[in-house]
Design a protein. Structure first.
Length: 367
């Protein structure tokens, strides 16, 4: 399928599910895309037709999928818009040299001339994280085994498998101390979500999912100045989202958090205040599930569309539509995203379902 066909199919399904017609009901369209990944300048010009936004208000967010949701929610909070649609997709299979695209985000004077593989930065950060956080090396391998096993129950997953942590640690070393199976592999896909004000959401849906809180942050882009042991962007985002929602992240029933690399799930869990990195194994055994969808390790990495895909998974959970991967009695969820190397950009959304909201974010809902 072309990227246009992916976008169109996702949009048709989303509008049917929400009970809206794009030309009549949707007042704003938000696309999350990056010209470098698309291979086209001003990609918004190629966005409207596939999502029903021709001759309608359309804007593009160059960032992560959750940033696009936050943009649409703020538009709704102004009171001028009642229904908005957010789209993001990945067609990485058609990108000729993805590593060169990632290198374009490096400092053009100090770092880019080194011509390094950007994934090496993840290896360096993993080494620093393991050294200073108390996280255990085997726990990173357990993340892979857990998420790929969870993906077996997800019909959208590209990489479901039963693997052991021992097999993960025996896979090829890529960027020391990282192993090949501890890196998520790319996938193609598209996600469209419909957001609405409280009034419109209650008319459109008997079971809306509410955005209780949202936050996003950038740490320094400079490699030489950042904190290599902590995901401060996730800490800041979670703090802002929690303040808006009025409840802490650890009160959620499930978590869909970034696992682009296996160690990142542990690091992000710590940043959200779920557990200390050294206590991750115990939290997984006894606490609410992390990445019941399979995460990026099990489903595949969708570049800037990753956060939006994970939000869709959380919405299905709160609506009781997750099938065999359903978390029983789920009423609250936290979704966290990271834009990937070499950035320090991320976002957090806090959701409630089964009429648990709205609170915080301008009474906007993922309908």
């Amino acid at each position: 399928m072309s990227y246009k066909e992916l976008m169109y199919e996702a949009a048709v399904k989303a509008y049917e599910d929400a009970g809206v017609e794009p030309r009549k009901d949707v007042e704003s369209f938000v696309g999350v895309s990056e010209d470098f990944w698309e291979g086209t300048s001003i990609f918004d010009e190629y966005l409207p037709d596939q999502i029903g936004g021709a001759l309608r208000p359309v804007c593009t967010i160059g960032g992560d999928g959750l940033a696009g949701v936050a943009n649409a929610a703020m538009q709704i909070m102004t009171g001028r818009i009642g229904v908005a649609a957010v789209e993001s997709h990945s067609k990485l299979s058609e990108v000729d040299r993805p590593l060169k695209v990632l290198q374009m985000a490096l400092d053009p004077v100090l770092n880019r001339p080194l011509d390094l593989n950007p994934h090496a930065l993840a290896g360096l950060e993993m080494a620093r994280f393991l050294d200073g956080s108390g996280a255990k090396r085997n726990d990173c391998a357990r993340v892979v085994a857990k998420n790929r096993r969870n993906a077996i129950a997800n019909p959208l997953a590209a990489y479901p498998a039963r693997v052991t942590s021992e097999l993960v640690l025996r896979s090829d070393e890529t960027f020391s101390p990282m192993r090949r199976l501890e890196m998520s592999a790319p996938a193609d896909g598209a996600t469209v979500l419909v957001l609405a004000s409280e009034e419109r959401a209650r008319r459109l849906s008997d079971d809306p999912v509410w955005i209780d809180g949202m936050g996003w942050a950038n740490d320094t882009p400079t490699l030489e100045a950042r904190d290599w042991a902590r995901a401060r962007y996730a800490e800041w985002s979670a703090k802002r989202a929690s303040k808006m929602a009025g409840w802490p992240s650890k009160k959620a029933d499930l978590f869909e958090i970034d696992d682009t690399y296996a160690y990142k799930e542990i690091q992000h869990a710590g940043a959200l205040g779920l557990c200390k990195p050294a206590e991750y194994a115990g939290f997984i055994r006894e606490g609410p599930p992390i990445n019941p969808s399979g995460g990026s390790l099990g489903c595949g990495h969708l570049m800037d569309a990753t956060g939006l895909f994970r939000l869709g998974e959380a919405v299905d959970q709160l609506r009781g539509l997750a099938g065999r991967r359903q978390v029983k009695g789920a009423r609250r969820a936290v979704v966290q995203s990271w834009r990937g190397v070499p950035t320090t950009a991320g976002a957090v959304l806090m959701l409630s379902g089964r009429d648990g909201g709205p609170a915080g974010a301008g009474k906007g809902a993922v309908a």
